[in-house]
Ligand binder design. Structure first.
Ligand code: HDC
Length: 284
């Protein structure tokens, strides 16, 4: 605890991650290590901080009545310090709680910041902020943490879509039934995404897709449309089942692309209040 964790990755991890987001052999830049433009999709930035599914902070100590199975990913922010991310490397990550708040709806919200540095040079590579919504957890007054001033400004911005008019870009994509089974292998082994009994025990009809997988699948489309970006923020507003069809809607405003993802099987907005910040000359 508190000790930096090391995350070592190679082209194999990159290919596995890209496949987990639905990349195919029609996109050899994502699936073949000898391709001249072999690359990792930028949302790989969310992988090192989880380092083998272990959690850096003892969430049990941060809140009362913590149950890992009741945890849902609420929001995610990251910043990539130098684009693109290398296709292999070794990173060390240190995390700290930034907010631990009780919600009236009998839940706790935990926000942690994670700094990942190059294990050899110490150079900062990625910064993440993860927000976790823990149903049934309680935050007594002496455990409240609220370091709002330490949060990344882009992470706490609101990206509403209601006054933006029609989207500048829309695309539909299918997730696949075994997608969570494949995506798990990138490091988040949470049984909620594979174990039908556990899913039922926490009131879902069947296992749900990783929030970061829904995000990665959606943002792959935006990356291919608009080009490189260095900051991303998203809120997970509803669950997705592996196999569901998604629609991504995007509104470009200068170098910010605000987006939303809708699950076409349920009609629910599943990613909202979400945006990426483009870098350099954007494609459009
Ligand atoms: O929005 C609801 C929901 O179901 N969202 C989808 C969650 C989801 O599917 N996430 C992805 C899948 S889970 C996953 O991937 C787990 C992964 O394996 C975890 C890995 C962890 C690794 C650890 C690494 C270290 C829900 C349930 C989140 C909230 O819905 P409601 O209860 O209806 O909430 P509501 O009444 O609207 O609001 C109550 C207060 O909570 C705040 N809030 C709402 N949604 C939030 C959120 N905060 C953060 N994130 C969200 N998504 C509201 O603002 C409100 O706060 P306040 O009372 O202060 O206004």
């Amino acid at each position: 605890k508190g000790k930096p964790k090391t995350f070592k990755y190679t082209s194999r991890d990159v290919i596995l991650y890209n496949l987990g987001l639905g990349a195919t052999t029609r996109e050899l830049q994502y699936t073949y290590e000898n391709h001249s433009q072999f690359q990792v999709l930028p949302t790989f930035a969310t992988i090192p901080f989880m380092a083998d599914g272990s959690i850096d902070m003892n969430f049990e100590e941060l809140v009362n009545n913590f149950n890992y199975s009741m945890l849902l990913h609420g929001e995610q922010y990251f910043k990539i310090n130098k684009f693109p991310l290398p296709t292999s490397g070794e990173l060390k990550t240190k995390g700290k709680p930034l907010q631990v708040l009780g919600k009236s709806s009998k839940a706790a919200v935990i926000v942690c910041g994670y700094e990942s540095v190059d294990a050899k040079t110490g150079e900062p590579v990625i910064y993440n902020e993860g927000t976790f919504f823990v149903r049934n957890a309680v935050v007594p007054e002496d455990k409240v943490i609220n370091k709002t001033n330490e949060r990344a400004p882009f992470a706490v911005k609101t990206f509403a879509t209601k006054d933006l008019g029609s989207p500048d870009f829309e695309v539909e994509i299918s997730t696949f039934e075994d997608q969570a089974a494949l995506y798990r292998l990138s490091g988040d082994y949470n049984p909620l995404h594979i174990d039908p009994q556990l899913a039922k025990a926490v009131k879902f009809p069947k296992p749900i897709l990783h929030g970061l997988c829904t995000l990665g699948v959606s943002v792959k489309q935006l990356f291919e449309k608009y080009g490189p970006f260095d900051e991303l923020k998203a809120r997970f507003t509803n669950i997705v089942f592996p196999g569901d069809r998604l629609k991504v809607k995007a509104w470009k405003r200068n170098n910010i692309v605000i987006f939303q993802t809708i699950d076409l099987n349920t009609g629910n907005v599943v990613l909202d209040n979400s945006a990426i910040k483009l870098i350099g000359k954007s494609k459009l």
